[in-house]
Write a protein that binds this ligand. Structure first.
Ligand SMILES: [Zn+2]
Length: 597
């Protein structure tokens, strides 16, 4: 398909590679396939969670949150120039690089600490154009700023370094992974940084709230392509049988979202037409040659998913750049800004079409990349949002009821089970230690907010949140404030019980239907009891406050749903109806993460 975007100029040497056109149509699933969709999504979700959990637990657990998070500095731009050289076997390799960090102080700072894990050897440091002394600490490089120090002091730090790019004991779970793929055991290298792995392969101020633009220049052995963030400006062939890819990301990004991946990729293309009906943007996929067919089939869902999300959340945030995916040798998938990494084992898998994964990562471009959590304890603002975005996608793409999907595929149904924790992470050094709460319960939180606000205000809140914090960072409090602006009242009661407390409500319901009175009316009595035992911090009695759907079914086969506001442990509701009721159901559309006894 011809590309009209000006970013792909004749200068773009990628045109020398074979370009395949993605044209496989996406066929929405019919209603009768819903059963298998529920099961597939549940299994896919388990697989993804397991593989990403493995990475986060055995790979990066030895790394702690940045030691320099609270520095009063603001990085504005990174120039990262690296050469990736696999060794003979391809099973390991070396990164040699120079990073130029441009920024300014925001307080009286006399020392800049640049995060760099001990596996990186620091060869030289320059400050503002001159050679500088530095102190190599365990996990960072300390560079003294000569006086006078004052807020707003600009600085440029240039660090030359080299190293294996992965940490001792990281077990292939963080930093650069050099390995091989395919029938010819072709070398492949890719980075993985979330949450704290960036300083394993490049020195940076590893604070997600300090976003900066970036140029990423990657030199690799000839015959390879290197995928990275933003726009590919140029490809340069070098005399020493290497090739350099010049990438530029003009949208500020967090350090953990910077990505490089390189091998003998085939490059597939599709295109996305923006909401304005005119602007076109390339969808670019870097896939292993042996996976072209499954990648073409699976990745075709990206375009319709992007159309759905742009309609719901606002236009794709990086429309002037691209959206891409690159296969990588890690498990799972990772939402690197404008270039999601996706496991080669998923691309090759024949048991799933991986739609939940592909759309999850795409949704992160809004929730995680455009708006990034300010601190790691709010990681649910990335993961809960991306998880609920899966549900929103299937609701629109396949006509599936969001509540039923959540109840069937995103809930183990156990009060103290996988979703039992608090949605905010409690340990800053291990933000992914409770994935059931961060991902799935976080997704439920949005679903429940949708019921409380109603569709119109809920989706307006999502757009408002994306707009207010675009290219920046937000906390749970910031999100709550946006929701309250739309709701028109405090939502403390909601966030207190669902985000900051463990568990879920346990309802016990009893009903009684009277005989017809003289006027032919019936009375339906409903008693709702809350039986959960956990505390809700700051709330006496630990009772949940929620609007509850009560559905009354009639003998003529019709039904009606009324909403009651339940805010105490034992509450009685009475409804007068004019038709013969035959049954009463509580929250039949599954708007609430609950247990019913
Ligand atoms: Zn995610």
């Amino acid at each position: 398909m011809p590309l009209e975007s000006s970013m792909f100029s004749a200068r773009n040497a990628c045109l020398i590679f074979s370009i395949a056109i993605l044209c496989a149509p996406c066929v929405p699933s019919s209603a009768r396939n819903q059963e298998s969709i529920f099961e597939l999504i549940r299994l896919e979700h388990e697989e993804i969670e397991k593989s990403s959990h493995q990475q986060h637990s055995f790979g990066l657990s030895s790394l702690a949150a940045s030691s320099v998070e609270s520095q009063s500095i603001d990085v504005t731009h990174y120039l990262l120039q690296i050469q990736l050289t696999p060794n003979e076997s391809g099973a390991a390799g070396v990164v040699t690089g120079t990073v130029t960090i441009t920024g300014e102080t925001t307080g009286a700072v006399s020392t800049i600490n640049v995060d760099a894990q001990p596996n990186l050897s620091i060869d030289s440091v320059r400050l503002d154009g001159s050679a500088s002394n530095f102190r190599r600490k365990n996990t960072f490089v300390a560079i003294d700023l000569p006086p006078p120090t004052f807020p707003g002091r600009p600085f440029t730090v240039v660090i030359q370094y080299h190293g294996p790019g992965s940490g001792p004991g990281s077990g292939g779970g963080g930093g650069l992974l050099f390995t091989r793929h395919g029938p010819d055991s072709t070398p492949v290298v890719a980075s993985f940084s979330e949450p704290f792995g960036a300083p394993l392969w490049w020195p940076c101020i590893d604070n997600p709230a300090d976003k900066a633009t970036a140029e990423i220049e990657v030199t690799v052995p000839e015959g390879n392509q290197a995928a990275s963030n933003g726009v590919l400006e140029e490809v340069q062939t070098n005399a020493d049988h290497t090739v350099t890819y010049f990438w530029r990301e003009d949208s500020p990004l967090s350090t953990y979202l910077v990505s490089v991946a390189s091998t003998n990729y085939e490059r597939l293309e599709d295109s996305y037409t923006a909401l304005d009906g005119v602007t076109r943007m390339p969808l670019v996929y870097y896939v292993y040659p042996e996976h072209v067919a499954p990648a073409r089939a699976k990745f075709a869902v990206t375009r319709p998913a992007m159309e759905i999300y742009a309609g719901l959340f606002g236009e794709y945030p990086f429309l002037g750049e691209k959206y891409g995916m690159a296969e990588w040798p890690y498990g799972g998938a990772m939402e690197h800004q404008t270039i999601t990494s996706i496991s080669s084992s998923l691309v090759a898998s024949v048991t799933s079409n991986n739609q939940a994964t592909i759309v999850h990562e795409l949704a992160h471009q809004w929730w995680g990349d455009l708006v990034t959590m300010r601190t790691w304890d709010d990681i649910w603002l990335n993961e809960g949002f991306a998880t609920y975005s899966e549900v929103l996608f299937f609701e629109r793409f396949a006509g599936i009821s969001p509540g039923e999907l959540l109840a069937r595929s995103y809930d183990d149904g156990v009060v103290d089970g996988a979703l039992g924790g608090t949605v905010t992470a409690e340990n800053l050094n291990a933000p992914f230690d409770d994935n059931g709460a961060i991902y799935r319960k976080g997704g439920w939180v949005l679903h429940m907010l949708r019921h409380v606000l109603g569709d119109q205000k809920f989706f307006a809140a999502l757009k408002q949140y994306a707009t207010r914090y675009a290219f920046s960072n937000a906390s749970t409090g910031d999100f709550q404030e946006v929701c309250e602006d739309l709701y028109g009242a405090s939502l403390d009661w909601f966030f207190k019980q669902w985000v900051y407390a463990r568990g879920r409500p346990v309802y016990k319901v009893s009903t009684e239907i009277s005989s017809a009175d003289a006027a032919g009316n019936f009375t339906v009595m409903l008693v709702v009891k809350q039986k959960q035992s956990q505390d809700i911090p700051g709330r006496e009695n630990g009772n949940y406050v929620m609007p509850l759907d009560v559905t009354i079914h009639y003998s003529d086969g019709t039904s009606e749903t009324r909403v009651v506001f339940n805010d105490i442990r034992k509450q009685r509701f009475a409804f007068t109806v004019s038709k013969q009721p035959v049954g009463v159901g509580l929250d039949e559309s599954n708007w609430i993460l609950k247990k019913v006894k």
